[in-house]
Design a protein around this ligand. Structure first.
Ligand SMILES: CC(=O)SCCNC(=O)CCNC(=O)[C@H](O)C(C)(C)COP(=O)(O)OP(=O)(O)OC[C@H]1O[C@@H](n2cnc3c(N)ncnc32)[C@H](O)[C@@H]1OP(=O)(O)O
Length: 402
């Protein structure tokens, strides 16, 4: 398939790109008042468009962000979003052309990684994106839950404006402690918190302990329907919850589980290792409704990404990386406890860059990937060495939907 004409969009084209993207997701164009807010999230130089005979047929853009990696460092991260191809131009290589331009553009701009949320799992692997974190969707029968403990600190409801300020401060302090988290851009807060608080009944509650504010929860209650023809329970959705320590974390959960008239508490996008069940008197009140792929990670600059994270103790391993879209990443890397070097040595494990991305944050081991035939094992002993080096102290998790 030949390349389409792909270029960076200028400001006058942002709205058409947004309309195209919404159309690809079967939504109507954003109304004028919403567009004012959305417009702020299009930054110059970050939106791409594909054209055929001068007509826009495909688009993708990214938000400026950072990704926390194992060991505590953060790297530049392009949070890729708003990918769409007009329905009458799909399966003609338009997205592939856009991806080629976007990956090259992001790498040239010095971005170390890109991350995205995939609408469908078949799309992004070919461009070098691998699933690097997962999340859980919880459904808790609140009346059955019977929490085992009582709050230790104070949780207070705050209004949208001061709540957003406190939440932003806590999020920026706390989130980078966990590998897989990303920095949020101003428009994320404007859209997901400020607008949601003003127009969509989003509530914020802040927890404070001995040393001041140490966690917050953003949630929304949808009142139930109780009449002769319809019956829907009142549900509370936990949308965002961050805490400095286990005590603050438990208090925030106890707070939402204690809100009157709510029949069901749901939480979308929570970490797979979050011990909510253990807070409850009846652990069966908490159902894991789903465990799904969260972060799709693209290592744009493999040497920089490998150098940014730390490794656990263990013997070195030589990885052979393949990368079709950014061939400068291809080659052998010797990964050791004290760092990574590019080498000419024969690789012991050979893998595509999307598979390396899946192992990068430590969510899945090389042994698991090998068992699923996602990598070639040249030297059998290398698997255990790679597993030991890349092992993560904590399950990676992002926690930011975009
Ligand atoms: C980060 C985000 O924004 S996620 C949102 C993504 N957008 C959407 O889901 C909106 C609806 N879908 C679309 O707009 C389009 O179908 C896209 C963007 C997903 C794909 O665009 P296309 O221009 O059709 O992709 P393109 O033709 O370049 O496809 C390249 C390859 O991927 C395959 N492919 C692309 N999309 C899909 C899909 N949804 N399911 C299965 N295979 C797919 C194609 O078959 C092709 O395979 P081939 O090389 O073996 O022939």
């Amino acid at each position: 398939m030949t390349d389409h004409d792909v270029r960076v969009l200028d400001e006058s084209e942002f709205r058409a790109a947004h309309t195209l993207f919404r159309g690809a997701l079967h939504h109507p164009p954003a109304p004028d008042d919403t567009w004012k807010l959305v417009r702020e999230s299009y930054e110059p130089g970050r939106a791409f468009g594909a054209f055929v005979d001068g007509e826009l047929v495909g688009t993708a853009q990214s938000f400026p962000s950072r990704l926390a990696v194992p060991g505590g460092a953060v790297v530049t991260n392009a949070a890729v979003s708003r990918v769409g191809v007009r329905a009458d131009w799909t399966r003609r290589g338009v997205l592939s052309s856009v991806q080629r331009a976007q990956l090259r553009g992001l790498r040239s701009a010095g971005e170390v990684v890109a991350t995205l949320r995939a609408s469908e799992t078949a799309i992004y692997g070919r461009y070098g994106y691998g699933v690097a974190t997962r999340f859980r969707l919880l459904r808790i029968d609140r009346r059955q839950a019977a929490p085992r403990t009582r709050p230790a600190g104070r949780v207070r409801l705050v209004d949208g404006e001061s709540g957003e300020r406190i939440a932003r401060g806590l999020f920026e302090e706390l989130s980078p402690r966990r590998a897989g988290t990303i920095a949020r851009w101003p428009a994320w807060w404007a859209f997901n918190v400020r607008q949601a608080a003003a127009e969509d009944n989003l509530k914020l509650a802040v927890r404070s302990g001995a040393s001041g504010d140490d966690g917050y929860v953003a949630f929304k209650v949808t009142p139930g329907v109780h009449d002769a023809t319809d019956e829907k329970p009142t549900t509370l959705s936990v949308l965002d919850l961050w805490a400095r320590d286990a005590e603050a974390w438990a208090d925030l959960w106890l707070f939402v589980l204690g809100i009157d008239l709510v029949a069901e508490v749901t939480a979308f996008g929570r970490p797979v290792d979050e011990p909510v069940e253990w807070l409850l008197g009846d652990r069966r009140a908490c159902r894991v409704a789903d465990v799904a792929d969260e972060t799709w990670l693209r290592l744009l600059d493999v040497p920089a990404a490998l150098a940014a994270r730390t490794y656990a103790a263990g013997e070195p391993v030589v990885l052979g990386v393949r990368d079709t879209y950014l061939p400068e990443n291809a080659g052998s890397y010797r990964v050791a406890a004290d760092g990574v070097t590019r080498v000419d040595d024969a690789p012991e494990l050979v893998l595509d860059v999307d598979v390396l991305a899946s192992a990068y944050l430590g969510d899945v081991s090389f042994s698991t990937l090998a068992a699923a035939r996602r990598l070639d094992v040249v030297e059998a002993g290398a698997l255990a060495r790679a597993d030991a080096l890349f092992a993560a102290a904590e399950v990676p998790w992002c926690g930011t939907y975009f």
